[in-house]
Design a protein around this ligand. Sequence first.
Ligand code: HEM
Length: 502
Amino acid sequence: MALSTIGILQNLLLVYAGYTLCKVVYRVKFSPLRAFKGPLIAVSTNLYRFYYDAILQGRFLSNLEVLHQQYGSVVRIGPNALHFNSLRAYFDIYKADSSVVKDPELYAVFGFDESSIGFIDPNASLMRRELLNPFFSRRAILELEAVIQSKVDKFVNLLREYTAEKPVNAHYAFRCLTLDVIWNYCFADDFNALDAKDFTHPILVSIQTQIRSFWVLKYIPILLSTILSVPDTVFKYVSPTLFVYLESRRRYTEMVDKLLDDPSTLHDSDRATIFHHLILPQKHLKGSNQIPSRSSLIDEAIALVQAGSDTVANTCTIGIFHVLDDPFIHKKLLDELRLAWPDEELQVSLQTLEKLSYLTAVIKESLRLSTGVVTPLSRVVGPQGAIIDGHHVPAGTIVAMGATFVHKNEEIFPEPLRFWPERWIENTSLNRYLVPFSRGPRMCLGMNLSWAELYLIFANVLRKLDLTPYNTSADDFRTYRELFVPVYDGREFHLARSTNAK
Ligand code: HEM
């Protein structure tokens, strides 16, 4: 009996080994992608990507740079996946009338499938964007200026107070600020992350601790739903940081439920918010675009807050570090700010700041070097196939090109690792190659909001405070893990009061 069970197992193993071998041979020799070259293990199995994503925790991007040096402008990075490195390819993949759709495997990792970012179906995405667009228009953002300004004022005061005593972790500080802005814009409610002592809000600390394991969720999709189905309290003792994170997810649910139970609170608010727009019926929209379901509203809340906080904060971290680290850039920017804004006690308008050419160049350079989302945004080629950089790519292939490959292209941006705002003033044709917000039908919805925040944060922090980087150098930002957003390997950027400050 025992022998026959072993025999069955042996046969099953043999069948499985045979099947795997056939699959490998097919992928290498007969796949429609066989003309595209890449490491044998990447071409034949998903283990290669798994190793860099999950075992090395976010090291695939740095490895991609090596692969392109070895294989040229297109590399086969998986049995069914290609990564490109050419400007033409970037604009072919992320073009307006794109025949590619988001790759479901990549976006499932976030656990907000029914949201603007998470929707794979182009029609669902189009409808959600139609619903949200008015809230991200330039006009809408100008109306929000006072809210952003009030959060920035609070931030500047706190930063002044904290840095009088000891250096402050700038990375957490900017994240508290951007989290408070987007939360307020979503719900007309205060998250009050800025109130956390020294800006170390437990939710942000928890995210920072958990994020390294992020890609594991891509390979074990059931993990996220399992974690979410277990009562939060179970994690209280097993993993306190995970507990805090789960608690933060509950906060979104509670917020949405509160608004659904009593939408009249939305009418009471002195200005419209994003959830106003999502929950109250919209007369101008066609019948099919109805109020999203409760689960979709929760997904949307998580998606918007996540998309709208880390990205802006990272741009501030990179930009403000580089400005303070270079006395020439710092002085030039301060001269421009002081001329346009002589009395710092008075408020400066967003529209005044937008006209400042050097400040604008500094922000562009910060967006270029921080990139926002560093993970190559993978797309699936539609049924007609696609021509990418002159290559015919068959239907169903996963294609991508990371924005970092555009932003670090030496021909477009000489000395790509140098923070050099002048490049944007000397050559305005560079604007086409600034792609932190991606391109095409799925490009960032929050672009106008981001620019408004960046103008107000950079101008107020640098004009009103005399700060200097503390125990941080440019080398601390040289390498990073790619976990959708970058997580730098070096010391975290701290801000201190400059010794020259009164
Ligand atoms: C410097 C700041 C920002 C950068 C660099 C940035 C970058 C990006 C990128 C690269 C994408 C495309 C993602 C993809 O294809 O999967 C994206 C999408 C998106 N972003 Fe941003 N983002 C920023 C700020 C914001 C803000 C403040 C919001 C406000 C909530 C926001 C909302 C969104 C939304 C809703 C999408 C999904 C669009 C879609 O899939 O149709 N982003 N962002």
